[in-house]
Design a protein around this ligand. Sequence first.
Ligand code: PLP
Length: 362
Amino acid sequence: MSTKRIHNFNAGPAALPLPVLEEIQNSFLDFKGSGMSVTEISHRSKWFDEVINDAVERTKRLLKLDDNYEVLFIQGGASMQFCMIPMNFLTNGNTADYVNTGTWSTKAIKETEIQGKKINVVASSEDKNFSYIPENIDFNSEAAFAHITSNNTIKGTQWASFPDTKGVPIISDMSSDIMCRPLDVDKFGLIYAGAQKNIGPAGVCMVIIRKDMLEMVPDTIPSMLKYTTYSSKNSMYNTPPCFSIYTIHLVMKWLEETIGGLEKMEEINQNKAGILYNMFDSSDFYNGTAEKGSRSLMNVTFRLPNEELEAKFVKEALENEMGGLKGHRSVGGCRASIYNATSIDSINALVDFMKLFESKNG
Ligand SMILES: *Cc1c(COP(=O)(O)O)cnc(C)c1O
């Protein structure tokens, strides 16, 4: 029986590299000669130790992290980080800067307010429906951290380069673009990413934290909500999401050994996104919604001339084995999420379909 696989443009959970899925399938019943599935073994076993340590080591190599940084795995998704960050770092009345570039930034800000923490929203692109990334932001040099969302999954914008925060550590939500390109990591005090966009299945958030940030964490926070708990126990204070971490380890292996690192990954991503954006720039039928200098490599958002055509486009795309092209329910329109695992073949298939659709409906 042949397996049906469609071109997957889902925003999250999203496409995973096919070789990773195949490796999971092949080793699912007997993991490394244990006679058990990876979902059946103890997280305290030597097998799982190897998995989690390999995931950490590969992450460090890919992002060129030195020993100042730790890689942690925490449950609760990126949304839990919205709450943990102010809880762990905004104590003793210190403040932080937040940049509001869309739905997820807004939610991060809301979680600081719920806790009564003092923050400054130093820039926002809400005036133009979050269609751009603000520039020339005046950050406060006394802030404990500056929070940004590096890629705005819903609005299709991405920071092309990271801002000068006057030495204040940046905390970035990289849920939808971690590992899409190399990083100048020194600027960052903490990076977090819900796995289900670009690096794995749902159920775990990767957190990269600089060691000096751990010194800010007070003892008075419940164990499961403080970074020091995860740091001191290699992310295994309690049972971690083993399967999700295992899959991340395979995705990191794929990035290193099959793709050849993040420079290479960025080149591929630039090429993939460029094909779609070039098409918008030469068409009156498809209009990109993000401003040119702020366009995302990962989530390509666009409109057709009217909503009827957009609905028809999404429906006919699926009939042609292209899924996930409907825009987020809060903004409408269309969106192609083209994460690391989305192949150039899928992009080419989409462009062919788009040209045909325009010729029939334009
Ligand atoms: C999807 C997403 C989130 C929410 O992630 P959860 O893991 O569902 O909490 C947060 N931030 C960004 C940028 C996202 O794309």
